[in-house]
Design a protein around this ligand. Structure first.
Ligand code: HSE
Length: 290
């Protein structure tokens, strides 16, 4: 009937907590087929502990969209082929939200455009930094206003690769948000807002030499370091190995380095060595931006 694919995403990019993100060429794929009953089949690398019933976020999201327009669907069979690891800071829940919205919208005759889908997705996720790049691709900045969002795609196909280091531990986003302080010192707010400005400038002008400073953060990364042994040393080692910059991906535990093509192996080794020194096993992906 039709196929939907949604990319993995990395949120924050250092200082852009809850507003910056990018999509990488690693996908969850959903095949939608006619059927006499509603069913969800799970395939691929990450099916453990994922519910295949109405508790699945994909289903819940589809029902939400249909409720909004009072639509009664025909039954379908959806097969999820998963390649985005859950609870690793790569936007796997966003793939379910965005995938669910795209499928439900298509089955309803596409009454929503991309921007309308983004608004619903942001409402479900609570912050837009994963869902915007999952829907639009590229490197994005999204501003939430009182009743809407302003999504901006800063660059597609940038001249660097993403070195993505995935530690073999799970970090639940909810827990990683709860440990953050509710208020921050003014100097930390200035530190981050100036770097988000620099980050946007670096991407728009493709001046990646700025990324070392532009990916620095004081709002969440150090606070989350206790959840990811070796994180700070690994991020620093990426720069010494030649990466333009590096950051905690979303709420972790994955780390992402922005890397000149050709240096991926060196950067990945330096980061995995630091994490291994603290007892963490890792997997490395070298990915292009979607
Ligand atoms: N901006 C979010 C966070 C991304 O860092 O908590 C995780 O979904």
């Amino acid at each position: 009937m039709f196929l939907v694919q949604v990319p993995a995403t990395s949120a924050n990019l250092g200082p852009g907590f809850d507003c910056m993100g990018l999509a990488v060429q690693l996908y969850n794929r959903f095949t939608v087929e006619e059927s006499d009953q509603l069913s969800l089949i799970l395939k691929g690398s990450y099916t453990d502990n994922i519910p295949a019933d109405e508790n699945n976020l994909l289903w819940q999201t589809m029902l939400k969209l249909w409720q909004l327009i009072d639509f009664r669907p025909q039954p379908v069979k959806i097969t999820l082929e998963s390649h985005v690891p859950p609870a690793r800071g790569l936007g796997s829940s966003s793939t379910a939200v965005v995938g669910g919205l795209m499928i439900a919208n298509t089955l309803a005759g596409s009454p929503f455009d991309k921007f309308a889908l983004l608004k619903v997705a942001t409402e479900i996720e609570g912050h837009p930094d994963n869902v915007t790049p999952a829907l639009y691709g590229g490197i994005t900045l999204t501003v939430m206003t009182e009743d809407s969002v302003i999504p901006r795609v800063l660059v597609k196909n940038p001249g660097f690769r993403a070195v993505v280091i995935i530690p073999d531990i799970l970090v639940e986003t909810e827990k990683a948000r709860k440990i953050l302080p509710v208020a921050v010192p003014r100097q930390d707010a200035v530190y981050n807002s100036s770097r988000v400005g620099l980050l946007v400038d670096a991407f728009i002008h493709e001046d990646y030499s700025l990324l070392g400073v532009a990916t620095q953060d004081k709002l969440h990364q150090a606070q989350r370091a206790s959840l990811i042994p070796g994180m700070t040393a690994a991020l620093q080692s990426a720069g010494r190995a030649g990466a333009y910059g590096a950051a905690l991906s979303g709420s972790g535990p994955t780390l992402i380095a922005f890397c000149p093509p050709g240096l991926e192996d060196r950067v990945a080794s330096s980061m995995t060595d630091e994490l291994a020194a603290k007892g963490l096993n890792t997997r490395a992906y070298f990915l292009d931006i979607d």
